[in-house]
Each structure stands twice: as structure tokens, then as C-alpha cells.
Write a protein that binds this ligand. Structure first.
Ligand code: FES
Length: 231
């Protein structure tokens, strides 16, 4: 598929980089578990990528001038849609954000992602500063809910915030596993896990507004009780 896309990109003179995925084990280039075969050898997705240009993968050469021209043309054709995606995310009542280390051609940086169920908006930046999230989500309503990990860069954004389940469960697991973890802490992790499983089942059920409202009240109360316990 990537080869076909690269052929199309070349034909229409559209800039093309590919982001490759592999299971990451060590993440620092020592285990070779993420090696991918490319033209003339192997590259490590964790260390050399994950973004590679067409020349590296398929041997397609594009000069710098052509690349700049392609970027201008792409912006002309897709720029408006890019802005429209951002506007939809800003006006969505629930949105998600995440950021992670990112290397492009050996340069360290960060990939930021902002999402709704329908849209995804990415920014590749040198910085992990909170200003990136602030700028991107500017204009969001104060009652909107931002689902994110516990990275401090999101903290001061003027909207409601919710920890994502993956991080919450990981943190409660770590805390419960600590040597001196209290009984309450261990219970907390078990309770959160059960709650997560129950909520997943509820989400799989056909949507019924009244039922959902009942569940909402129930789980809201459960969460309040959890937050009142001394850990
Ligand atoms: S994950 Fe170990 S080398 Fe990439």
C-alpha cells in the first residue's frame, strides 16, 4: 500500500513521508526488535524513524526545490481542510490530546496529536511546551472536556479536564504495587479496574439516553466516594 501511495504522490508531485509502525521493545535502538526492511538494508523504527522519506524507503529522489514547491502546492490544496479540522476540534465538547517524542531524519522533536472521534490534527514541533496545546485548543469552551494524560503542559488550559483511563490505571497500578501501599490504595486500583470494565460494557450497549443518565449518576457518585477516601 505504501508503495502504491508513494507512486501516486510522485505522479502528482505531492510531498510524501511515511510513518512506519512496529512493536517497540527497548525504544533506544539496542534490541533490534523494530527493524524494518527498506531499500538496501534495514532501519530501526524507534531510533531512525518513525518517519522516513520516500527516498530512504523506495529510493525515490526528490530535490529540495521540488520538495518546497510540493509543500506550497499541498498547502494550497489542503490548507483549508487542515484549518477546518482544527476548528471542528476546537468546537467539539469533548476532545483528546497527547504528545510524544518524535524523530524526523535524526532530529529530536515532539509529535502532538489533538483528536475527536471524527478528526485528528497533528503538529510536529521542536517543543513540548504547554504553549502548543494552548495555541491549538484556543477558542475551546470552558465547559468542554479535554481528555489527556497528566502532563503539566495541559494543566492550565481553561476547560474541564479528565485523565485518560490508560494513564489513570497505570498510575493506580504503580501506586498499589508500591512496598508500603495502603489497603485503600490497593482497593482503589481494583475499583478503578472494575469500573473501567463496566463502563466499557455499557458503551457497547445500544445508546439509551435515560439508561445512560442513570449510569452517569451512579458512576459520578462512585467516583465522588473514591475521592473522599484517604490513601
Ligand atoms: S525497539 Fe529495540 S531497537 Fe527499536
Amino acid at each position: 500500500m505504501l508503495k502504491a501511495i508513494s507512486g501516486l504522490a510522485k505522479k502528482h508531485r505531492i510531498p510524501c513521508q511515511v510513518s512506519l509502525e512496529e512493536y517497540i521493545a527497548c525504544g533506544i535502538g539496542t534490541c533490534l526488535g523494530c527493524a524494518v526492511k527498506i531499500r538496501g538494508g534495514y532501519k530501526l523504527v524507534c531510533k531512525d524513524g518513525p518517519v522516513f522519506n520516500l527516498k530512504e524507503i523506495f529510493g525515490i529522489k526528490i530535490s529540495k526545490g521540488t520538495l518546497v514547491d510540493m509543500l506550497h502546492r499541498t498547502r494550497k490544496y489542503l490548507g483549508r481542510e487542515y484549518e477546518a479540522i482544527l476548528e471542528r476540534i476546537r468546537s467539539s465538547p469533548v476532545k483528546f490530546a497527547d504528545e510524544t517524542g518524535h524523530r524526523t531524519n535524526g532530529q529530536n522533536g515532539y509529535a502532538w496529536g489533538f483528536f475527536t472521534e471524527q478528526d485528528a490534527y497533528y503538529r510536529i514541533e521542536e517543543s513540548r511546551g504547554g504553549i502548543i496545546a494552548k495555541e491549538t485548543l484556543e477558542g475551546s469552551h470552558e465547559n468542554d472536556v479535554l481528555v489527556r494524560d497528566d502532563y503539566a503542559g495541559y494543566k492550565n488550559l481553561p476547560m474541564k479536564q479528565q485523565s485518560c483511563w490508560a494513564h489513570l490505571l497505570r498510575k493506580s497500578h504503580e501506586a498499589a504495587e508500591e512496598k508500603n501501599a495502603s489497603k485503600e490504595m490497593k482497593n482503589l486500583h481494583e475499583n478503578l479496574k472494575t469500573m473501567f470494565e463496566e463502563l466499557n460494557k455499557i458503551l457497547e450497549m445500544p445508546f439509551e439516553k435515560k439508561e445512560r443518565q442513570k449510569y452517569y449518576v451512579k458512576y459520578e457518585n462512585d467516583i465522588k466516594k473514591i475521592t473522599l477516601i484517604n490513601y
